[in-house]
Design a binder for this molecule. Structure first.
Ligand code: DSN
Length: 425
């Protein structure tokens, strides 16, 4: 970052500080990951300079031959990786991928059936303050109170009662496999379109560790930056027949110029995801999450649905007398980064919550396996067992930093190690 240090020291410090933080903390935020250096290079490239409204071969600007190539590669690779007939790689985020599907297929006020945010859904699945909840009429399904897995009787009942035009499956805090075929049957019964939002689990899906929604869904939305390990952004996959409608809705419907440097970085990560090492990586995510679940159960925690089939788990803290907020804050002081999260039927507010969400994609990228995961699970047990013991929290912070330094995330840190940014923020 020589130029950045020279031109803007304050931003250079912020970037360096973040690099060190990402290296020194154990990141268990289920939606975060570390992109490769190749992805970072594409992101930091001259492609950021180019305006390219439109699509490859049909742009509104001259000089698009190289960005056309980058976007064509991203589209080809997305289609191949997911086995999809059509791909739009321009959405700036997962929410915008969802928005493109809603705007393309529905009219304002149309009905959508989706998973309740309190049971693991997402803001863009109908939260009343989100565009989705403001424009469309949402009805919801959730999990069964006993099993804490999706209550398909309720899904079918809600679908029959409300006759939605679209059924949305997918979640941001659901630790179990989703039976997409069952959703398809219900959608067919009521004549609804089916959209699977696989933002969280896309990497597991392409590696074969989670049922695949592509064959049975009309639309599949993806984020690139979670288990797929690409840059921040989204994609829509769909059947050929809906492709032009989706394209028109992404541009000019809701976006202007696509972020060509991000699209190139998406292409790089989609190429990386085709390598055998990617499948191994996804398998290790599953093994690490299972191991974390087992360790936390041994430490006396209750897990929503009793465990996990995927990359994340939800810890219910009600019997520990701790809110999710306090737990996440004290864990951060110990060098473990996670987020507070509502659990199904949570009596607390979203600001406090009764749970935390933990995921293993990021620690797995840096090479941690069961041995390290068991240590992390025990540290979580100790910290949340004595959250007011500053001495203990300080000791664990030193241990977590020591562990992370054996698993450096980027070459820059391996080659030119600097222990802290010039000024601490
Ligand atoms: N905010 C993301 C998450 O953390 O799950 C979902 O978009």
């Amino acid at each position: 970052m020589d130029n950045l240090w020279r031109v803007d020291r304050e931003i250079a410090e912020a970037v360096w500080g973040e690099l060190v933080r990402e290296n020194d903390e154990i990141i268990l935020i289920a939606s975060e990951n570390y992109v490769s250096e190749a992805v970072l290079e594409a992101l930091g490239s001259v492609l950021t300079n180019k305006y390219a409204e439109g699509y490859p071969g049909r742009r509104f600007y001259q000089g698009c031959r190289w960005v056309d190539r980058a976007e064509e590669l991203a589209i080809e690779r997305a289609k191949k990786l997911f086995g999809a007939e059509y791909a739009n790689v321009q959405p700036h985020s997962g929410s915008q991928a969802n928005m493109a599907v809603y705007l393309a297929m529905l009219k304002p006020g149309d009905r959508i059936l989706a998973m309740d945010l309190n049971h693991g859904g997402h803001l863009s699945h109908g939260h009343k303050r989100n565009f989705s909840g403001q424009i469309y009429e949402f009805c919801f399904y959730g999990v069964d109170p006993k099993t804490e897995t999706i209550d398909f009787d309720q899904v079918a009942e809600q679908a029959r009662r409300h006759r939605p035009k679209l059924i949305v499956t997918g979640a941001s805090a659901y630790p179990r496999k989703i039976d997409f075929d069952r959703f398809r049957e219900i959608a067919d019964e009521v004549g609804a379109f089916l959209m699977a939002d696989i933002a969280h689990i896309a990497g597991l899906v392409v590696a074969g560790f989670h049922p695949d929604p592509v064959p049975c869904s009309d639309f599949v939305t993806v984020t690139n930056h979670k288990t797929v390990r690409g840059p921040r952004g989204g994609m829509v996959l769909c059947r050929q027949e809906h492709g032009r409608q989706i394209d028109r809705q992404v541009f000019p419907g809701m976006q202007g110029g696509p972020l060509m440097h991000v699209i190139a970085a998406k292409a790089v990560s989609l190429k990386e995801a085709q390598l055998p090492a990617f499948r191994k990586y996804q398998k290790q995510i599953i093994n690490n999450t299972r191991c974390l679940a087992e360790t936390l159960l041994e430490e006396g925690f209750r897990l929503v649905s009793g465990g996990s089939d995927n990359h994340l788990l939800l810890v219910d803290l009600r019997d520990k007398g701790l809110s999710g907020r306090v737990a996440a804050e004290v864990l951060e002081r110990a060098g473990i980064s996670c987020n507070r999260n509502l659990i199904p039927f949570d009596p607390s507010s979203p600001n406090q919550t009764s749970g935390i969400r933990l995921g293993t994609p990021a620690i797995t990228t840096r090479g941690m396996k069961e041995e390290q995961v068991r240590l992390i699970g025990k540290w979580i047990g100790k910290v949340l067992g004595s959250p007011e013991d500053d001495k203990l929290v300080g000791k664990i912070k030193r241990e977590t930093v020591e562990l992370t330094r054996s698993f450096p995330v980027y070459g820059a840190l391996r080659e030119t190690w600097r222990p802290a940014p010039p000024r601490a923020y």
